[in-house]
Design a protein. Structure first.
Length: 260
């Protein structure tokens, strides 16, 4: 195994970071300072030290996390709580989030220390599909659906989006669905008659632009008030996980999300 891979999978840091550590002479193998990240080691018999302390090989880890609203997808934030606050009793050194979800978006978030896994899911040319469930103020007619299905312009100087798949599940007035919508307060609703059109459904995209789902739906006249990621690739959120809970991915799930 390569030395940099060993360190990355032993909670020392991401692959790019540990390469710097190695080049700066912070790492020893069997008592000798090694400055070449690509050197091959035996993870079972070689003694690896980082800053004078022996490194125990932990291997790759893959977490499924049900992200609640109100948390930042980051390791730390000066103002807001982050998704890592839910892993207080877990050694998360070297573990990072795969992609991100907006602060007010819920649902499936993956975390790992495997850089290759992240690359397979996040690299734009891989076109990994991500599906979201949404509630939005507004309506979606056939023309809107066709636009989203063909690709749409979200803003000035931006390329047209890749085609999205849309499945409308519910459509009508807010007064019909207010008890189904998982939102506590909507200041944009007509408080007198609740005659605000609303629509719910699933949208699947294969890109990862900033606020993409919200902006795509806004481009056809819909204002997203609730968003939850339901799946990445062939992997669906385990609905038995309560918000804020996590578990390890199974080997079958890991292969499924990689499309194998």
């Amino acid at each position: 195994m390569r030395l940099d891979k060993f360190l990355a999978e032993s909670d020392i840091g991401r692959r790019k970071k540990v390469r710097t550590y190695i080049k700066e002479g912070m790492v020893k193998v069997n008592g000798d300072v090694i400055t070449e990240p690509a050197i091959e080691i035996n993870e079972s018999s070689d003694v690896v030290e980082y800053l004078g302390k022996a490194v125990a090989y932990t291997g790759k880890v893959y977490y499924m996390f049900n992200k609640p609203r109100g948390y930042i997808t980051a390791r730390k934030d000066a103002i807001n709580k982050t998704v890592f606050d839910f892993f207080d009793n877990v050694n998360m050194n070297g573990v990072f989030h795969v992609g991100r979800l907006d602060k007010d978006t819920e649902g499936l978030l993956l975390l790992t220390n495997d850089g290759d896994f992240e690359h397979q899911l996040m690299y734009p040319q891989k076109h990994v599909e991500k599906t979201y469930f949404f509630w939005a103020l507004g309506s979606l007619d056939e023309q809107d659906r066709e636009q989203l299905g063909q690709g749409i312009y979200m803003g000035k100087d931006e390329m047209i989006t890749k085609p999205a798949k849309l499945e409308v599940q519910k459509s009508g007035m807010y007064k019909e669905f207010k008890h189904e919508m998982p939102i506590d307060n909507l200041c944009n609703i007509d408080s007198n008659h609740y005659n605000q059109s609303v629509v719910a459904g699933y949208i699947t995209i294969s890109e990862g632009r900033k606020h993409q789902v919200k902006r795509m739906l806004k481009a056809v006249g819909c204002y997203v008030v609730y968003l939850k990621r339901a799946s990445i690739g062939g992997l669906f959120l385990d609905e038995s996980l309560k918000k804020g809970q996590h578990r390890f991915l199974t080997e079958v799930e890991i292969q499924k999300v990689l499309g194998k």
